[in-house]
Design a protein around this ligand. Structure first.
Ligand SMILES: [Zn+2]
Length: 173
């Protein structure tokens, strides 16, 4: 049985004990942008927050793309979250290649160059990545200035979060 088929079967049982109250509109309090890495799936435990409080926005890396910015705008302006957390981590799969390398490799493996250059948002340094993300989110005109935007690196070896200090914007002399 495929994994999806087995998931469908399990869902039949899940629905039997489903709480219909969960059908009500959610009231999330915080938006967390994090990586698609499965080790970051248990955010309620990692952050000690109820699942219902967290809008989880996940991309590889994570990457703060135009889509992610749109989701953060909706999360804070429409859904009611009041804080933004950018959660990177050590040992990310997106640090194991560069966009150029993967484009070349996939074009060769598939014999089809037409999707290149695809943007995979690979990176090398999670702290630097986090700092860039804070700048991108903080400087978006539709993210309200009173919404805190804080960035962290989750250490896969210890389970601890370290805060990444944003770079102060240079003021023109
Ligand atoms: Zn990752």
């Amino acid at each position: 049985m495929s994994i999806i088929d087995s998931a469908l079967k399990a869902n039949r049982n899940y629905a039997k004990r489903y709480d219909p109250k969960l059908g009500r509109p959610p009231a999330p309090k915080i938006a967390v942008v994090t990586c698609m890495d499965p080790r970051l799936s248990n955010l309620p435990e990692i952050l000690g927050l109820p699942q219902a409080d967290i809008d989880v926005i996940r991309t590889g890396g994570p990457a703060v793309t135009e889509d992610v910015l749109g989701e953060l705008v909706v999360s804070t302006r429409v859904l009611g979250t009041t804080e933004i957390m950018l959660l990177n981590h050590t040992g990310c799969g997106f640090t194991t290649f560069t966009d150029d390398e993967l484009n070349v490799k996939l074009a060769a493996v598939t014999g089809d160059v037409s999707p290149a250059p695809m943007r995979f948002f690979s990176f090398k340094d999670p702290e630097k990545n986090t700092r860039e993300q804070i700048n991108i989110v903080r400087s978006h005109p539709w993210i309200a200035k009173d919404v805190p935007v804080r960035g962290f690196v989750f250490d896969m070896e210890t389970g601890l979060l370290s805060e990444v200090e944003p770079v102060r914007e240079q003021t023109a002399a």
